[in-house]
Design a binder for this molecule. Structure first.
Ligand code: NI
Length: 139
């Protein structure tokens, strides 16, 4: 892969803010400020992509008890209804009772959010989280 041309620029920042930024860099294990700053900008751009309702990707993670009556059927039903959004899914039998499911989704962010809310809000789902990612074509 060809490396994209980089531009150096100076950044002025209040000392206190810079101290917090350096703490964050150290906690997260970044090699330097530039790498940390690039990631922050990318995060911000991804957030904007999701706000603009563009086509994007994400994952929905849910943990549930498959012994809860009709829950597994309800979750499967939601996924079949929204079939065109789903790229892939992974099911892990965590314990005798609990299952973890990771659903990879691609589509308009509003549609993804709607399905994620529906899954996470289903009675009996113990934990659920939507992670916003990006197709990455703009960076
Ligand atoms: Ni299972």
């Amino acid at each position: 892969m060809q490396t994209e041309k980089m531009t150096r620029f100076g950044v002025s920042m209040p000392n206190r803010l810079l101290t917090h930024f350096d703490e964050l860099i150290s906690d997260k294990g970044y090699a330097n400020r530039s790498e940390a700053l690039r990631d922050l900008v990318r995060d911000y751009l991804v957030e904007r992509e999701w706000e603009a309702d563009e086509e994007t990707v994400g994952t929905v993670t849910i943990v549930y008890d498959h012994h809860v009556k009709e829950l597994a059927d309800a979750l499967t039903h939601i996924q079949h209804e929204m079939g065109t959004l789903i790229i892939s899914s992974l099911h892990v039998h965590l314990t005798h009772t609990h299952c973890l499911e990771i659903i990879v989704v691609r589509g308009k962010s509003s549609e993804i959010r709607k399905m994620a809310d529906h899954l996470i809000g289903t009675k009996g789902v113990i934990h659920g989280k939507l992670t916003a990612a990006t197709i990455g074509s703009s960076f």
